[in-house]
Design a protein around this ligand. Structure first.
Ligand code: MN
Length: 221
């Protein structure tokens, strides 16, 4: 297969940063772009971010992974209402504002369908990709979704996975804005919703493209 294997950290509604790193890396139709999830919440433009990802799916080989924030939106979109208050506090308020809605039940069906089609994980020849974390002894198709989407590396750092493949993860915001590189695991959530940036990684070469909230190169010159 030609094209690069690229990984994109947690976007959280910062569409300008998404546009900037995709343009800088010149993402093209041959490239596989694994988006690690948490497309929505906290930032100002969740709606624009989801729209852009839908567009990107026809401009490259997009493999979107479901994050815990995306999961919250999906479960609230079915009208369950469970956890609505918590979701608002964890960034849902900004998401509602961007959609000009009072509940995820009212979000455009195309956007909800995109989130429903997101993957629990993505596996390549020498790497695998999850939103949050994994249990090192279990094959990927046996991982609990709680661990895949919610576990923090600060709470429990897994060792190398039994498959021998290297892990690329998001979710645990790196507040020094540096990619966490343990060789067997890279975490590329570089805290765009705080003082950090959005990171796009070429998995095979290690090249990084990074942008801040406004879409300017990070770190700024
Ligand atoms: Mn997350």
């Amino acid at each position: 297969m030609s094209g690069r294997l690229l990984a994109l950290g947690d976007i959280h509604g910062y569409t300008a940063a998404l546009d900037a790193v995709v343009a800088a890396a010149e993402v093209g139709v041959e490239d596989t772009l694994v988006a690690l999830g948490d497309f929505v919440d906290r930032g100002p433009d969740s709606r624009g971010t989801v729209q852009r990802l839908i567009e990107l799916s026809s401009r490259c080989r997009l493999a979107p992974i479901l994050g815990n924030h995306d999961e919250m939106v999906l479960s609230l979109s079915t009208g369950s209402g469970v956890g609505f208050g918590d979701w608002l506090r964890f960034g849902g308020e900004a998401t509602l504002a961007s959609y000009e809605c009072t509940s995820p039940e009212q979000f455009p069906e195309e956007h909800l369908a995109f989130l429903r089609a997101c993957l629990p994980y993505y596996e390549a020849d020498q790497h695998f990709f999850v939103h949050a974390s994994y249990i090192k002894e279990l094959p990927l198709d046996k991982q609990p979704t709680e661990v895949l989407r919610w576990d923090s590396l600060r709470y429990r750092l897994p060792g190398p996975h039994c498959s021998g493949k290297k892990a690329i993860v998001g979710h645990t915001a790196q507040k020094d804005a540096q990619v966490l590189d343990l060789d067997y695991l890279k975490c590329i959530d570089t805290w765009i919703y705080g003082d950090g940036c959005l990171t796009l990684l070429d998995v095979d070469t290690g090249q990084l493209w990074q942008a801040d909230k406004t879409g300017h190169p990070f770190p700024s010159e």
